[in-house]
Each structure stands twice: as structure tokens, then as C-alpha cells.
Design a protein around this ligand. Structure first.
Ligand code: G4P
Length: 555
């Protein structure tokens, strides 16, 4: 199925005023968000339901075929299918209620937090999905912290209300106490689990009645006024009374609606529902579109750039090789930040100073792609990447600007990557270099040039498996990984000369990164702290400083 991909306007010559008004219209129409959640909270299910509303897929189950091995529109890698996990992230664009919505899909597994982190750099809003029975879970907490660092507005969807869950008030208390995030419930559940009867909408006080459907089937959503006499036949009065009292309590002592606090990420609108039965999803989407922020001004070295600025600017937040194994291509995902992007546009590449003509920009939709004619702030475009783009690169028209870089996570797992078959060296080298450029894994090297095997430096164990799997399936090389026994990495400020000043260091291994900068590997935090105590003047950084303007060394 090909998604319908409308073009906003054809790219014939237009006046500056017309261009400004096109950009304004497009910015007003756009909302962009990512979903953050712990595995199994229902992200795939919710995504599927949202896409259904947008008409982007035709039937429930198209995203995930029940009964078969899990297959998701946005899950296309072989390993994902085998393991039933979501590793890679992609972009899903759909139209709904006269809005263009960009859903930036994020990998569900914690070992791929770094990819999620990069995707969140391109998102204007986040939806935090919770399982009503489990409340906050570790991965949600971790990703929430990333949103907080970026002040991204957070909308909470408490899922699986059709199953027994925790008390709604304690779920809100947990968010307030643990995340230091104020809550504003937009609806309130009547009962839960077996006794889940529906939702009371906070604004209208209407009741949305839940009717239990067969597994996998959509429930109906009947709306009744709170004083409708029929209600007493349909909902037990004690359940309704309890829900009304709890909602009243929220109104009396809870936070007030405040758009400024929502947009600064300090107040989260909360919605209850059940993605699987598609209950409460449409009311959530409708209100989300009202409350979410549109494409925002983003920070560059020249200050924030207004999305309405008529000069196109954008940055690369993700690279992905072999998205389509038939074509063996590499795609750079670019978040459009200002102006209008047009097919065949010549843009400047800030890091290298080169001019690039972008003749085949793509609109991405999970696995599907189509050539796009134009794109606006909040959109994501795919550019074929013949090794030219790196994560964090800025593309611009007009005056030179550079968007803030996207820092890496500090790796915690280090393994030698061995290639036992010397005749496959060329493919091995190509694969390692391309996966490093993509950010699939960080690569370090021994300082001894004779040891040519690269060191994989990862945040999660599964990252190593993915690298091996992809080297085998995409580059035809079987590899071995050999753990090195280190757990902590630190970059040395001041580089090699600083290290020489210090002289011999014990209990750590010195290696170099792809930019020939020294990195110290420690077996544990204790050894690291010992070094810091011995050399108070030594400045160490847990993440690789962002590099601009220099290409990295390769194998
Ligand atoms: P994820 O992407 O966040 O990992 O979660 P996913 O949507 O795959 O959902 C995880 C499980 O939770 C699935 O069940 C899914 O059907 C179920 N689920 C999602 N939303 C709801 C809900 O609102 N109510 C209930 N009761 N269950 C929900 P599964 O048994 O793991 O898979 P399947 O057999 O249903 O495919």
C-alpha cells in the first residue's frame, strides 16, 4: 500500500510574499511528535490506531499481523522480525482533521536509546505511553529525562484501561512525584479492568461509554450527556460517582490548564484509554492536535531560527543504510526546521562548505518511499547519502548557520570485532565504516596500528548483535565479537599532549576514537575515580565531543 502523498504547492516561481504565506500555512498545519514508552506498553498498537484515523493504513492489523510473527509498518529489519522487537526508527506522516502529522517512530528496546535520543532531537512533542497496570517503567523514565533536557512538551496516554490497573489517582501521583511533572487529566476513567465503563471528558463532562468488543475488534464509543437518564441503566452508579468525585478532586487541588507550562514540558495533559480496543484514541488525537506545539524555533550557533524564516534550513538526525535491501542505499533523515524545501534545490552543507543539489528527496513512510516535491518545518525528508552526510550536519540556504550537534551516549560495552576471513576484508571495512557513520555503534581503535581490529563501543548488548547481524546480511561478512572487560569510557580534554603531560596511567587502556582522539577505558568506576583523585587537573568527558568540519579516520 502506498500512502497518499500530497504536495503542498507546485514549485513554479513564486513571489517572496507567496512563499511566506505558503510557509505560514504549512507551519500552522503541522504537528510532529514521538512516542516514548517501555516495551509492551502498547506503542505499536497505538501507532496503528493513529494511522487508521489518518487513513494511512486501511485496516487494523495491517501494522501488526496478529498470530504471525510480529511485523510492523515501521519494523522492517530482519532481526526485528525474528525477535519481535523494534530497533530502528522511521517516520510516519499522515493527514487528519486538516493537519499534517509527522509521527517519528522510536525504537522500543532500551539498548537503542541512542537512536531514540537522536529522534527526539527532531521531535517537537512527545507522547508518553504508560501501561495502567505497571505505571512508570524504567525505559519510560530514561526517555522522559531526555525529553526534559530538551523541554519537549509531554502528553501522557495511560493505556490498557480494559485490564485491571492501578488507581488513576496513584498513577498521576507517581508521575508528579517521580518525574516532577504536573498533570492535567483531560478525561477520567469510570472503573477499570472488568469494570471499565468508559471515560468522563473533563471539559464537556460528557461520558464516552466503553463496550467490550471481541479481542482485536474495535469497541464502540457512544457519547452521552452526564445527566442523560439512560446513563443509570448503563453504568453502575457507584462507579460513576467515584469517577466524578475523583475528577472533582483533580479540579479542586490539581494543576490548572496552562498552555505555557505544557509547551515548556512542565505540565502533562493526561488521557486514559485502551489502544487495543481503539477506545479513547480519537478523543486523545483531537485534543492533542489542539494542545501540541507546532514546529518550534530551533537553536543554532547564530541563535534560534524561526520556522517561518523563508530560507530553508534543516539538520540530519539519523542515517540508515540498506533501508531497502534491493537497492543497497543509504538514507539521511533530515528534519526541516525553517523555510520551504523543494526538490532539486541546491543547498549548502555547513560542515564541508560544499554545495549539494538534492535531486531525489524522498518522503518516508515506514518502508515505503516516494519522491517528494516540497517539505516544510516539522517534516522529515530522506536524502540519498553517498557518504556525504553525518549525524548532526546542517543544510541551509542563505546565511550560514549550524544547528546544535547531537551528542552521543557514553558507551558501556566494549568488544573487539574480529573478521576471521581476510578475503572478506573489503566488505568488512565497508560495513564497519558505514555502520559507524550511521551511529549504529561507536567505533574505537587500538593505539597500536598493527592491531587493526576495531573496537565496538555500545550502550546496549543488543547493539552488538545488530551490528554482527547486519554485517552478515547486508555486507556478507561473518564476524566474531570478543568482550574486552571494560565498562567505562572517558574522552580526554586537551588530547594527546595532555595525556603525555600526565605520563603513565595505571588500570586503564588508552584507545583512540574515529577522530584519532584519546579515549581511556576503565574496568569500573572505581578505577576511574582513582585516576581523577591522582590527577585533579585532568579533564575527562563521558561523551565524545561533537566534531565539525573534519572527516573521521576509517579502518
Ligand atoms: P509495544 O509496541 O509498546 O511493545 O507494545 P504492543 O503494541 O506490541 O503491545 C504489547 C501487548 O499489549 C500486545 O499484546 C498488545 O495487544 C497489548 N495491548 C496493547 N494495547 C492494549 C490495550 O489497550 N489493552 C489490552 N488489554 N492489551 C493491549 P501481546 O499479547 O503481546 O501481542 P498480541 O498477541 O496481542 O499481538
Amino acid at each position: 500500500m502506498k500512502p497518499s502523498i500530497p504536495s503542498e504547492k507546485d514549485s513554479s516561481a513564486i513571489t517572496q510574499k507567496e512563499l511566506q504565506s505558503q510557509i505560514l500555512d504549512a507551519v500552522n498545519k503541522r504537528k510532529n511528535f514521538a512516542i516514548i514508552s517501555h516495551p509492551d506498553a502498547g506503542k505499536t498498537t497505538l501507532t496503528e490506531k493513529l494511522l487508521l484515523y489518518g487513513g494511512a493504513i486501511q485496516q487494523a492489523g495491517a501494522v501488526k499481523a496478529r498470530g504471525e510473527q510480529r511485523k510492523v509498518t515501521s519494523d522492517w529489519m530482519e532481526l526485528e522480525k525474528q525477535r519481535g522487537i523494534s530497533i530502528t526508527s522511521t517516520v510516519l506522516q499522515f493527514e487528519y482533521s486538516n493537519k499534517t502529522i509527522n509521527l517519528l517512530d522510536t525504537p522500543g528496546h532500551q539498548d537503542f536509546s541512542e537512536d531514540t535520543y537522536r529522534t527526539l532531537a527532531a521531535a517537537d512533542n512527545a507522547v508518553m505511553l504508560e501501561d495502567a497496570a505497571k505505571g512508570l517503567e524504567p525505559q519510560t523514565r530514561k526517555l522522559f529525562q531526555v525529553c526534559r533536557m530538551r523541554n519537549i512538551p509531554i502528553f501522557t496516554f495511560i493505556n490498557k484501561m480494559d485490564r485491571p490497573g492501578q488507581e488513576p489517582l496513584s498513577l498521576l501521583d507517581e508521575i508528579e512525584a517521580e518525574l516532577n511533572l504536573s498533570t492535567y487529566p483531560c478525561n477520567w476513567p469510570i472503573g477499570s479492568g472488568e469494570y471499565f465503563r468508559g471515560l468522563i471528558e473533563r471539559n464537556s463532562k460528557d461520558v464516552l461509554l466503553f463496550s467490550r468488543a471481541e479481542r482485536g475488534k474495535q469497541s464502540s464509543e457512544i457519547r452521552l450527556k452526564i445527566d442523560d437518564p439512560k446513563l443509570s441503566d448503563l453504568v453502575e452508579s457507584e462507579l460513576l460517582q467515584k469517577a466524578l468525585e475523583e475528577l472533582e478532586l483533580c479540579e479542586e487541588v490539581g494543576s490548572e490548564m496552562d498552555m505555557k507550562l505544557i509547551h515548556s514540558g512542565e505540565l502533562t495533559p493526561v488521557f486514559f484509554g485502551s489502544a487495543m480496543t481503539n477506545f479513547g484514541v480519537r478523543p486523545f488525537l483531537d485534543l492533542f492536535l489542539e494542545l501540541a506545539q507546532g514546529p518550534i524555533a530551533r537553536t543554532t550557533n547564530k541563535g534560534p531560527i524561526d520556522p517561518l524564516n523563508s530560507d530553508f534550513t534543516g539538520f540530519v538526525f539519523k542515517l540508515q543504510a540498506n533501508m531497502d535491501p534491493r537497492h543497497r542505499d543509504r538514507v539521511a533523515f533530515v528534519r526541516v526546521c525553517s523555510g520551504r524545501f523543494e526538490k532539486d534545490m541546491t543547498v549548502n552543507h555547513a560542515r564541508t562548505g560544499k554545495q549539494i543539489r538534492l535531486s531525489r528527496p524522498q518522503k518516508l513512510f515506514g518502508q515505503e518511499r516516494a519522491v517528494l516535491d516540497d517539505a516544510y518545518p516539522g517534516d522529515v525528508i530522506g536524502l540519498n547519502n553517498p557518504g556525504m552526510f553525518a549525524i548532526g550536519d546542517t543544510l541551509y540556504k542563505g546565511n550560514k548557520v549550524e544547528y546544535e550537534g547531537i551528542p552521543c551516549f557514553s558507551p558501556e560495552i566494549f568488544s573487539w570485532l574480529r573478521n576471521p576471513n581476510p578475503s572478506a576484508f573489503k566488505n568488512f571495512r565497508k560495513g564497519v565504516n558505514e555502520l559507524r557513520e550511521e551511529g549504529a555503534v561507536q567505533i574505537l581503535y587500538d593505539t597500536d596500528q598493527s592491531k587493526r581490529d576495531p573496537i565496538l563501543a555500545a550502550v546496549g548488548q543488543l547493539q552488538l548483535e545488530v551490528v554482527q547481524h547486519r554485517l552478515e546480511h547486508e555486507y556478507g561478512v561473518s564476524t566474531l565479537v570478543e568482550p574486552m572487560g571494560y565498562q567505562v569510557a572517558r574522552w580526554v580534554s586537551g588530547g594527546w599532549s595532555k595525556l603525555e603531560e600526565i605520563g603513565r596511567i595505571f588500570n586503564c587502556k588508552t584507545v583512540q576514537d574515529s577522530w584519532s582522539r584519546p579515549v581511556l577505558l576503565f574496568k569500573n568506576e572505581w578505577n576511574l575515580n582513582q585516576l581523577i583523585d591522582d590527577h585533579p587537573g585532568l579533564e575527562l568527558s563521558a561523551v565524545a565531543p561533537v566534531v565539525s568540519g573534519v572527516d573521521p579516520i576509517s579502518l
